[in-house]
Design a protein around this ligand. Structure first.
Ligand SMILES: Nc1ccn([C@@H]2O[C@H](COP(=O)(O)OP(=O)(O)OP(=O)(O)O)[C@@H](O)[C@H]2O)c(=O)n1
Ligand SMILES: C[C@](O)(CO)[C@H](O)COP(=O)(O)O
Length: 244
């Protein structure tokens, strides 16, 4: 079975979140922190060998004190964040075990994640070496400058990239080694830059990245819409799994 490591970047400033009291990964979403919900989709998987969460130095003491039980129960390591998201991920990459085959990077600010969506992108990464989820853009795309449209951008072939973004460990290490300080907004961009094709699997519009307060309201309204993993026994209590 391929072994995966999961990196959960949670070291951002939440500057667009509009709440100076709390950073978005630490906000409680219907009883559980946003970052816990993001991590839950991974920590119980047999193919996940290592999980790391990236926390800024400013938040480290608060985070360790507040969530030490969650971290211990979920066996998650804390890694220092960096100035940019790419710096954060690079810090975590240095801690990935040598016997891990693939690395998944998932925004801790994306709490709505179904097992199937993770399965799909994990399987695609094993097949292609690099894979991300995404959704095709369905609205008309405008370039706007000073509140005025300057261009209608042809949307054919345009997708919104999501996470978890999953890569062969050595490929991702190579992409970061050749980063040269380039400020990429996702890992796929660094892998594209070294000439590696990145496969895209169709994701879900529910896999929302919390950026603003409005995103948080949407996520709160949609949290029960995410497909829950149904064990066969749940489907039919007397089901004999040998025949299903
Ligand atoms: N230096 C950074 C920047 C971002 N992130 C993480 O990357 C994810 C996606 O980034 P984003 O949504 O931009 O978060 P912030 O950078 O916190 O948001 P903002 O740009 O509004 O400050 C988040 O989980 C964020 O915590 C990180 O670990 N380290
Ligand atoms: C990684 C990402 O979620 C893919 O859409 C996005 O690029 C993160 O961007 P952010 O500005 O760091 O939120």
């Amino acid at each position: 079975m391929p072994r995966f490591a999961v990196i959960l970047p949670a070291a951002g400033r939440s500057s667009r979140f509009g709440d100076s009291r709390r950073k978005k990964p630490f906000v409680t979403l219907k009883g559980r922190p946003v970052w816990v919900r993001a991590a839950e989709a991974f920590v119980n998987r047999e193919d996940v060998a290592q999980t790391l969460i990236c926390i800024s130095e400013d938040d480290r003491d608060f985070f360790k004190q507040t969530f030490q039980a969650n971290l211990a129960f979920m066996n998650i390591e804390i890694v220092p964040g960096g100035a940019e998201r790419a710096d954060t991920v690079q810090n975590a990459l240095a801690r990935i075990k040598a016997d891990v085959d693939y690395v998944a990077v998932h925004d801790a600010a994306r709490p709505l994640l179904a097992k199937k969506w993770v399965d799909d992108v994990f399987n695609a990464a094993v097949e292609h070496g690099a894979a991300i989820p995404g959704i095709p853009i369905s609205s008309t795309v405008k370039r706007v400058e000073q509140k005025a449209i300057t261009e209608t951008v042809p949307r054919d072939g345009l997708w919104c990239a999501q996470t978890p973004q999953v890569f062969d460990r050595k490929l991702l290490l190579e992409a970061y080694a050749k980063r040269d300080g380039f400020v990429a907004t996702d890992e796929a961009q660094l892998v594209e830059r070294i000439g590696q094709k990145v496969h895209v699997v169709e994701g879900s519009p529910l896999n929302i990245k919390i950026t603003t307060q409005e995103d948080l309201k949407m996520v709160e309204a949609l949290v029960d819409c995410v497909p829950k993993e149904q064990s066969l026994k749940n489907l039919h209590p007397f089901a004999d799994e040998r025949f299903l």
